[in-house]
Design a protein around this ligand. Structure first.
Ligand code: AMP
Ligand code: MG
Length: 436
């Protein structure tokens, strides 16, 4: 699939397939060096160390219900109309090491006795089950200090008891490296006493817009000027895939300004630029990159968004995306997103891919992989996908109206109406729309 073409400007440009370009870029990305971060900062990050249980969870056998800790065998004959009566010998609130025995220090719950326990209390020695208050005369007997409890129902040994280590046994491997930390994992780490965790940190991604005509959004426009929307879409996409975006401004199409802006990105783990890499007379970014670093300049077989470059400036990887707003998003999703996920240590770099029935014909000239902005929905048992009306490479409202990308392979000259086609989902919220 790859080859070379000589552009009007002269430099050798490589013609590359989408998958080849992605592989070529990903070759140069490794997970960021692990850092120890406060537990609450690790949600969504990838664990870089094995977590072993230093203790059991729960650390001690305890009552799962408010009630009476008993010897199960004492309750065998208990019936509502023939309750078993047990003498109350102590109380055990949660948080105490041992029950508060009523009559001096006792060693254990003896036959015929019970200890009043609260949920989470250490199960008193000798007891092997808990009878819930609801299965006793607790509600009907309002006396200030009860001496005896009536049990209405037999309990099995172990009933309403949480054994030590029921959740996690001490010494076991609880979370292997590579685990993507979710809320429950943070809970497990807290339960085990970990407040700092070794993870692959979030990559810092510098975002640089280019173009003499491009102004910040809070500027009034003169004729011929447009506002910078790319940096904002790209920053949002970076955040969505777990990176930290840093807007380093807008470079004019001049080397000195480009140099200054790239310097502002020093310290980033990745630099994304938009614009300036196509065939126009003033597309200086391409020439600047070629002179300044080691760069591959590509024409990728992708629609929208053919022109692209990848390389390094002062050791920092730079993905140069096209300037057209939709093209830059499509190129981000195909090339920058998996790179950021790899920096995060993630191994699931692919979007969700499904198949759907196409409602309208899509043309695909030029042997490029065509990413069509589209809406997928469910009709009965079938997923159907409809291209949004305006497919212009600069038309952000088309992107906003869609909820997926429909993919027409490069070797198809068209995708006929009614054909089955692959779609890519980048937002799990869409799953709600099509699953529910
Ligand atoms: P270029 O690749 O620099 O020739 O840009 C292609 C098109 O995208 C031109 O119409 C630019 O005006 C537009 N464009 C470039 N950068 C931005 C940006 N940051 N925000 C919005 N549009 C842009
Ligand atoms: Mg430009």
């Amino acid at each position: 699939m790859s080859g070379t073409v000589r552009s009007a400007l002269g430099p050798i440009q490589q013609l590359l397939g989408v998958d080849e370009a992605r592989e070529r870029i990903l070759r140069d990305f490794q997970p960021l060096l692990p850092r120890r971060l406060p537990l609450l900062d690790t949600l969504g990050l990838v664990l870089a160390e094995p977590i072993y249980a230093r203790e059991s969870v729960p650390p001690f056998t305890n009552a799962a219900m408010d009630g009476y800790a008993v010897r199960a065998i004492d309750t065998l004959s208990a019936r509502r109309d023939h309750p078993v009566q047990l003498r109350i010998v102590g109380e055990a609130p949660a948080g105490g090491a041992a029950p508060r025995w009523r009559e001096g220090v006792k060693q254990s719950v003896e036959p015929g006795t019970a200890v009043r326990v609260m949920t989470g209390a250490v199960l008193p020695p000798g007891a092997d089950a808990v009878v819930r208050f609801e299965e006793t005369d607790e509600a009907s007997d309002q006396s200030a200090v009860r001496e005896v409890v009536s049990i209405y129902r037999p309990v099995r040994a172990g009933e309403n008891v949480r054994p030590a280590g029921e959740d996690i046994a001490a010494g076991t491997l609880v979370l292997p490296p590579g685990t993507v930390l979710g809320p429950a994992h943070l809970g497990i780490l807290a339960a085990l006493g970990y407040t700092w965790v070794l993870v692959h940190p979030r990559p810092n991604v510098a975002i640089l817009a280019t173009g003499d005509e491009v102004l910040p959004p809070d500027y009034p426009l003169e004729p011929g000027q447009i506002r910078n929307s790319n940096s904002y879409v790209l920053a949002a996409l970076v955040t969505q895939c777990g990176g930290i975006p840093h807007l380093v401004g807008i470079a004019t199409d001049h080397d000195a300004d480009l140099e200054r802006r790239f310097r502002a990105a020093a310290g980033a783990d990745l630099i994304l630029t938009s614009g300036g890499v196509s065939q126009g007379d003033y597309d200086r970014v391409k020439e600047f990159l070629r002179a300044r670093g080691q760069f591959d300049i590509w024409q990728v077989r992708i629609k929208p968004g053919k022109p692209m470059a990848f390389g390094f400036i002062d050791g920092i990887p730079v993905i140069a995306l096209p300037g057209n707003p939709v093209a830059s998003v499509v190129a981000f999703l195909q090339f920058a997103r998996p790179a950021i996920l790899r920096l995060l240590g993630r191994s699931d770099l692919e979007p969700i891919r499904l198949r759907a029935r196409l409602t309208q014909r899509i043309e695909n000239s030029g042997q490029r992989r065509h990413f069509v902005r589209a809406r997928v929905e469910r009709r009965g048992n079938e997923l159907v996908v409809t291209p949004v009306p305006n497919q212009g490479a600069g038309v952000l409202s088309g992107l906003a109206a869609g909820n997926c990308l429909a993919v027409v392979p490069e070797e198809w000259a068209e995708a006929p109406a009614g054909s089955e086609i692959e779609i890519e989902l980048y937002d799990t919220a869409v799953l709600r729309q099509i699953l529910l």
